[in-house]
Design a protein around this ligand. Structure first.
Ligand code: 26Q
Length: 817
C-alpha cells in the first residue's frame, strides 16, 4: 500500500456545527436544545455521510467504467462494528467532530455510544469480512461486499442469577439507522421451489414462489484513499402484495402466508458458528443473497444491455466465497448463463470457474457444510440438476487424471446412497480457480488432510492467505494513546496505511524512556477500561494487577475450559497456602464469549466461568490476588475497549483446530503478550515476534495426532498432576454450585472420559508456563520491551497485506487508476 498521512478534514468545526444543526432541523425536526445524544448521533452521521457522497458516486462510476476488475466479497456475515467514528477517521474529521459536538453541549463519547452496533455476524469470519472491505477501500480497489441485512443480528447475551447464558433478540433496527441506504429501484427477484419442465428441448425452471431482494447500501470509506466502496446487504420483502387484493377472503390467509414467509428469509442470523445446521431457511438465505448479488453484478457491469457478452464477466468482477455459505452461487451462475443467456455448458463452466474462488475457514470435519439432495431438489430443482451435471463432468475429468477409483469416489460432489448429499466445500473447490486457507498451518492441513485428494490432483489451485485485521479500527480507533506514541516514535503517521513501518519501533524497545512511555500508555488504557467496566458492568477491576484476557466464541476446541481449570488450580493454591501469599502475582482475568444457543457443553462452561468468578471475587482469602470478570455480550465495541487494556492474551486452542484466529493479531498489535499453542496464525505471530517474546506451551499437531493414535486416556493426566486433580475435584464437589455435585457433572464426565480436545493433556505445560509469565511480569521494563517487540513485528497482520496477497495470488487485479 502506498503510505498515506492522515486525511485533512473537508470542513472546519464551525461548518460542521452548522451541518449538524441543519440535519437536526430538517431530518429529525428538533431544535438544538431539544436534541438528545441520539439525535446528535443521527444528525452528525447524516452530515458525515454527505461528505462521503461525492467519493462514493465517483468510485461507483469508476468501478463500472474503468478497466480494473472489481472484487465481489460474498459473505453471509459482515460484523461491521460501529460506523460513525470509523467514517470520521477516514475523512480526517475526528477532532472537528469532538469540538462540534462539545460546542453543541454534548459529550462526544455519549454521542458515539448512541450508535447501536450492527451484529450481523457470529465471530471471526464475519469480522474478517469487515476488515477486508475496509482494506480494499483503503487500497483503492473497486469492491462490493455482498451479504444479508438480517433484521435480528447475533443474539444479545445476558446472564441469569445462576450464571447461565440467556439469549435476547437483537432488534438493531429499532431506532433510526442513518448508514443504510435502501434502494428499492435496484431490487432483484429471487425465486424458489416449483419444477423444471422441457420446452423446445430446453430446461425451463417454473418456480413456485419469489421474493423481492431489496438492497440496503452501506458506504465503505477507505482511509485516505478518496475511495468509498459499497457494502450491499439484501433485505427480503414480500414480492407482490398488490396481487393479494385479488384474492377473496377465504383464500386471503393462505395467499398471504408465502408473502409473510418470504420476509422471514432475512429475518435472523443463525447464531451457530463452526457447526453448521442443515436448515431449510439457512439454504434459502444463502441462495437469496447470492442470486441477488450475481444478478446485481450483471446489472451493474452491463447497464441497459439485453444481450451482454458475459464471456467478459470474469474480467469485470471476481467473486470470493467466504467459506461455503455462498457456494450455491456456482450452480446459480451456471443457470443464469445457460438458461437465461443461452450459453452452452462448456462456455458457462469456463466463465464460472474463472469467476469464483473459495476461502475455507475451518478444519473441523463436522463444520464442512453439506446439503441433502432432497432439500436442494425441493427448493432449487434446477440447481440440483446443474449440480448433478457438474458432478458428472467432474468425475469424468478425474478419470482423465487418475486411475484410482477409490480416490475418485471420495471426491464425489454429490454422495451416493440412500440419503445423498451435496458437499459444498467440494463443489467450491471444483467450481472455482483457487482455494485458500487462512493461515500457513491451516492451508497446509487443508492440503494434507481436509482436501487432500483435491490438492494432489489440482495442486496449483491451492494457496494460503494469512488473515489480517484493520489497523484503523483496531489500533487507531481502539487505542488512540498507543497510536499517538507510535506516531511519535516513528515520526510519522504513515504506519496506518503501511503497517510494516511498525518495525521502526523495534530499536525503541531498548530505549528506556520509550519503554516507560509505552508502559504509561498501557496503564492509562487499563485505568480507562476499569472506569468503563465500572460504568457499564458495575464491577471493579484493579489496574495495578495484570490484565489477562480470553475473548472469542465459546467452543470446546478453543479450550476456555483449560483457562478455567488453571484458574481454579491457582485459586486453590493461594487459598490453601500452597503458594506463599507474597509470591502471588495479582491478576485480573477477563472472559468474553457467546455460546451457540443449542450448544450444551459450551453453555455449561459459561455457567461455570460465571460461578468461578462469583466464588473467587467474594473470597477474602484471595482478595487483591485474583479476580475474574465475565462481562456479558462480547462484541466489537467491547473488543475495542478491552484489547488495548490487555497485557496477556490467551490463544490456547488444541493444535490443528483453530484455522487462524484474528484476536491473536489484534492483541499483539496492541502490545499484549500471547500465551498460546502452535495453532493457526499463532505460529506465524511467534515466528515474527521471536520465540523469546511469546509464551508457547502444549502439544503440536503431530503430537496430538500421535496421542490419538496411541489411545488417549484423559484420566491419566488427572491422576498425574495434583493441581489438575484439585481443580476438577472442586468443580465436582460443588464449590462452584453451592454444594450441588450434579451441576457440572457432564463437564467433568466429559473431561475424564473423552476430552476430545485434550485439555487435560495440555494442562501441566499450561500451568507451568504461568511461572515464566509471572517472573517476567515482575520485571516491568523487560515485559514492556517484549510487548513493544510484539507491536513492532506484527505489522504483517494488517488486513491491507492480506488484501495485497489476495490481489496478487488470487484476484489478479488492483487499485483503480
Ligand atoms: C453455517 C451453516 C449454518 C449455520 C451456521 C454456519 C456457520 C456460521 C459461521 C459456520 C461457520 C461460521 C463461522 C466460522 C468462523 O468464524 N471461523 C473462523 O474464521 C476466522 C476467520 O478466518 C478464523 O480466524 C477462525 O480461526 C475461524 O474459526
Amino acid at each position: 500500500m502506498t503510505e498515506q498521512t492522515a486525511p485533512k478534514s473537508p470542513v472546519t468545526t464551525e461548518q460542521f456545527i452548522e451541518e449538524i444543526k441543519e440535519q437536526l432541523k430538517y431530518n429529525q425536526g428538533v431544535t438544538v436544545e431539544q436534541a438528545t445524544d441520539a439525535d446528535i448521533y443521527v444528525a452528525s452521521s447524516l452530515a458525515v455521510r454527505r461528505h462521503l457522497m461525492d467519493s462514493w458516486t465517483t468510485t461507483q462510476k469508476d468501478t463500472v467504467e474503468g478497466n480494473t476488475k472489481a472484487v465481489g466479497y460474498l459473505s453471509a456475515e459482515f460484523l461491521m462494528g460501529k460506523q460513525l467514528r470509523n467514517a470520521l477517521l477516514n475523512l480526517g474529521m475526528l477532532s472537528e467532530f469532538d469540538d462540534a459536538v462539545k460546542a453543541l453541549g454534548h459529550d462526544p463519547q455519549l454521542v458515539v455510544d448512541a450508535e447501536y452496533e450492527p451484529g450481523l455476524g457470529n465471530g471471526g469470519l464475519g469480522r474478517l469480512a469487515a476488515c477486508f472491505i475496509d482494506s480494499l477501500a483503503s487500497l483503492g480497489v473497486p469492491a462490493f461486499g455482498y451479504g444479508i441485512q438480517y433484521k435480528y443480528g447475533i443474539f444479545k447475551q445476558e446472564f441469569d442469577a445462576e450464571g447461565k447464558q440467556v439469549e435476547r433478540p437483537d432488534y438493531w433496527l429499532a431506532n433510526e439507522e442513518p448508514w443504510g441506504h435502501i434502494d428499492y429501484n435496484r431490487s432483484q427477484k429471487v425465486s424458489f421451489g416449483g419444477s423444471v419442465v422441457e420446452e423446445d428441448g430446453k430446461k425451463v425452471w417454473k418456480p413456485a414462489w419469489s421474493v423481492r431482494a431489496v438492497p440496503v447500501d452501506y458506504m465503505v470509506p477507505g482511509y485516505a484513499s478518496g475511495r468509498v466502496n459499497t457494502l450491499r446487504l439484501w433485505s427480503a420483502k414480500s414480492y407482490d402484495e398488490f396481487d393479494l387484493l385479488t384474492f377473496n377472503k377465504s383464500e386471503y390467509l393462505d395467499a398471504v402466508k408465502p408473502q409473510v414467509e418470504a420476509e422471514n428469509i432475512s429475518k435472523i442470523l443463525y447464531p451457530e458458528d463452526s457447526t453448521p445446521q442443515g436448515k431449510r431457511l439457512r439454504l434459502e438465505q444463502q441462495y437469496f443473497f447470492v442470486a441477488a448479488s450475481l444478478h446485481d453484478a450483471i446489472r451493474v457491469f452491463y447497464p441497459g444491455q439485453d444481450k451482454p457478452d458475459l464471456t467478459t464477466f470474469p474480467n469485470k468482477i471476481t467473486f470470493q466465497l467466504n467459506d461455503t455459505h455462498p457456494v450455491i452461487g456456482i450452480p446459480e451462475l451456471m443457470r443464469i448463463l445457460i438458461d437465461e443467456y443461452g450459453y452452452d455448458w462448456n462456455t458457462a463452466w469456463d466463465i464460472t470457474t474463472k469467476t469464483f474462488n473459495y476461502t475455507c475457514h475451518t478444519l473441523l470435519p463436522e463444520a464442512l457444510e453439506v446439503w441433502p439432495v432432497d432439500l436442494i431438489s425441493e427448493l432449487l430443482p434446477r440447481h440440483m440438476q446443474i449440480i448433478n451435471e457438474i458432478n458428472d463432468h467432474f468425475l469424468e475429468e478425474l478419470k482423465g487424471l487418475t486411475r484410482d477409483k477409490e480416490r475418485i469416489n471420495r471426491m464425489r460432489i454429490v454422495t451416493e446412497g440412500d440419503y445423498p448429499q451435496v458437499r459444498m466445500a467440494y463443489l467450491a473447490t471444483a467450481g472455482g480457480s483457487h482455494v485458500n486457507g487462512v493461515a500457513e498451518l491451516h492451508s497446509q492441513l487443508l492440503k494434507d488432510v481436509t482436501l487432500r485428494d483435491f490438492s494432489d490432483l489440482f495442486p496449483k489451485k491451492f494457496t494460503n492467505v494469512t488473515n489480517g485485521v484493520t489497523p484503523r479500527r483496531f489500533i487507531r480507533l481502539a487505542n488512540p494513546r498507543l497510536s499517538a506514541l507510535i506516531t511519535e516514535g516513528l515520526g510519522t503517521d504513515k504506519w496506518l496505511s503501511d503497517l510494516e513501518l511498525l518495525q521502526g519501533l523495534a530499536p525503541l524497545a531498548n530505549d528506556d524512556e520509550f519503554v516507560k512511555k509505552f508502559a504509561e500508555v498501557k496503564h492509562a488504557n487499563k485505568v480507562a477500561f476499569a472506569n468503563f467496566a465500572k460504568d457499564r458492568y458495575g464491577f471493579d477491576a484493579n489496574p495495578d494487577t495484570m490484565f489477562n484476557t480470553m475473548v472469542k466464541r465459546l467452543h470446546e476446541y478453543k479450550r476456555q475450559s483449560l483457562k478455567i481449570l488453571a484458574l481454579i488450580a491457582r485459586y486453590a493454591a493461594i487459598k490453601n497456602g500452597t503458594i506463599n501469599a507474597d509470591d502471588v502475582l495479582p491478576r485480573t482475568v477477563f472472559f468474553g464469549a457467546k455460546a451457540a444457543p443449542g450448544y450444551y457443553m459450551a453453555k455449561l462452561t459459561i455457567q461455570l466461568i460465571n460461578n468461578v468468578a462469583r466464588v473467587v471475587n467474594n473470597d477474602p482469602d484471595v482478595k487483591g490476588k485474583l479476580a475474574v470478570h465475565f462481562p456479558a455480550n462480547y462484541n466489537v465495541r467491547l473488543a475495542q475497549h478491552l484489547i488495548p487494556a490487555t497485557e496477556l492474551d490467551e490463544q490456547i486452542s488444541q493444535a490443528g483446530k483453530e484455522a487462524s484466529g484474528t484476536g491473536n493479531m489484534k492483541f499483539a498489535l496492541n502490545g499484549a503478550l500471547t500465551v498460546g499453542t502452535l495453532d493457526g496464525a499463532n505460529v506465524e505471530i511467534r515466528e515474527r515476534v521471536g520465540a523469546e517474546n511469546f509464551f508457547l506451551f502444549g502439544m503440536t499437531v503431530d503430537e496430538v495426532d500421535a496421542l490419538y493414535e496411541e489411545g488417549y486416556n484423559p484420566a491419566k493426566y488427572y491422576e498425574a498432576d495434583p493441581r489438575l486433580k484439585m481443580a476438577i475435584d472442586m468443580i465436582s464437589n460443588g464449590t462452584f454450585s453451592d454444594g450441588d455435585r450434579n451441576t457440572y457433572a457432564p463437564l467433568v464426565a466429559d473431561w475424564l472420559t473423552k476430552d476430545y480436545f485434550m485439555t487435560l493433556a495440555d494442562f501441566t505445560s499450561y500451568a507451568d508456563i504461568q511461572y515464566q509469565i509471572e517472573d517476567l511480569y515482575r520485571n516491568p521494563m523487560e515485559w514492556n520491551r517484549k510487548a513493544i517487540l510484539n507491536v513492532a513485528n506484527t505489522g504483517f497482520f494488517s488486513s491491507d497485506r492480506s488484501m495485497e496477497d489476495y490481489l496478487e495470488r488470487i484476484w489478479h487485479t488492483g487499485p483503480l487508476a
